[in-house]
Design a protein. Structure first.
Length: 371
């Protein structure tokens, strides 16, 4: 395998080595959340524990040399649902009883639209403001689920509020435009939209299921590109917006498989985001050939898995970057892990030491490719 060509460094996002956002929750935080759920710790006391653990996390991220840091999603239970729960006109729902397996079961929670939706006084704006202050001179990165995922999830759960699809799309767009402006006003200049919808639309199994429900997956892809584009259309010029595509990451599991081919032209040539964070840690994500549709956006290659411990071979990572550079200029490429380390508060199946080793590998590899 050939050695990758050498590219240049970057001092604006996305960075040559970057992060998806979530981190394993420390035991002190897990214990505090459990006490709060039992009613023996107040919300204020829990937030103090969160502040302490986020401060430690930020110090660790900075000590590694990360150019952008997150709060690890330490104030959330889910990577996506906590944001949806905070939107006015939504309600948490339970999808069904837990399974009977002796293995740990996933919490069957979701959300449903129960009224006209609006961004309103969303609590995550204050969460970002806190992160911004704690991060100091280091760039604070915010992660939220994408507008496409909002629509995709609510569509499965149904609603009795919006009978007209165009009205619902329009209100989702308004929610996200207001969200982007609110985060910007709070100081956010680097926003990541996390989206498992596209992983679903890459899967032959899931595409067949959508058709069985009377949904055309190709038309849905067109609708979702438009939804994303209209949601971010009014973003300020100095705000970077990235889209992270994943096939599932809950407790080291996955729910979809398939290369980017079915959505590549629509998504990569059509979406007006500044960067794509793309899962590419194993064969489930396919090859790099669909990247030929990338235009002037950056592609952050998620070559290092977060689903388990054990380090990838650095030379093989370099070779894969070289392979991707056959389709996208090396100076439009960056490197990250394939996903975060904890899509829910339970976290993936690896240790905190393995988590940091993964990020060190990403940084070391990037430093040797982009000099």
């Amino acid at each position: 395998m050939s050695s990758p060509v050498i590219g240049s460094t970057r001092n604006v996002p996305p960075f040559r080595y970057d992060i998806v956002g979530s981190f394993l929750r420390p035991e002190a935080l897990k214990a505090a959340r459990s006490l709060h759920a039992q009613g023996t710790m107040t919300a204020g006391e829990l937030r103090e524990v969160e502040n302490i653990e986020i401060a430690k996390l930020l110090q660790q991220q900075k000590s590694l040399g990360l150019h952008a840091v997150t709060d690890g999603e330490f104030r959330r239970s889910w990577w996506h649902l906590d944001f949806f729960f905070g939107v006015q006109g939504t309600q948490k729902i339970t999808l069904g009883p837990p399974g009977s397996s002796k293995e740990p079961v996933n919490r069957a929670e979701s959300f449903k639209i129960t009224g006209k939706i609006a961004f309103g006084d969303h609590p995550m704006v204050a969460d970002f403001s806190s992160l911004q202050q704690m991060a100091g001179d280091t760039l604070a990165k915010m992660t939220i689920p994408s507008p496409a995922l909002f629509h995709f999830v609510q569509d499965y759960n149904g609603n009795e509020v919006y009978s007209d699809a165009a009205t619902l799309y329009g209100d989702i767009i308004r929610v996200y435009r207001d969200a982007i402006q609110a985060f910007y006003d709070a100081g956010c200049r680097y926003l990541q939209l996390d989206d498992t919808t596209w992983g679903t639309l890459c899967s032959g199994k899931h595409r067949a299921h959508l058709r069985s429900r009377g949904v055309d997956p190709d038309q849905l892809a067109k609708d979702y590109v438009r939804l994303i584009n209209e949601s971010i259309a009014a973003r300020p010029a100095d705000m970077t917006i990235a889209l992270h595509v994943c096939r599932g990451n809950l407790r080291s599991t996955w729910f979809a498989a398939g290369g980017y081919g079915p959505v590549a032209e629509e998504l990569f040539a059509g979406a007006e985001v500044d960067a794509f964070f793309l899962e590419y840690d194993n064969e489930r994500s396919g090859d790099f050939e669909p990247l030929r549709f990338i235009r002037n956006q950056f592609v952050v290659l998620g070559l290092v898995t977060t689903k388990h411990g054990g380090l990838e071979n650095k030379e093989q990572l370099k070779a894969r970057i070289a392979e991707a550079s056959q389709y996208v200029d090396i100076n439009q490429l960056c490197l990250s892990t394939q996903c975060g380390f904890a899509s829910s508060e339970e976290g993936n199946i690896l240790t905190e030491e393995e988590q940091w080793d993964k990020l060190r590998l990403v940084i070391e590899t990037a430093d040797e490719v982009w000099v």
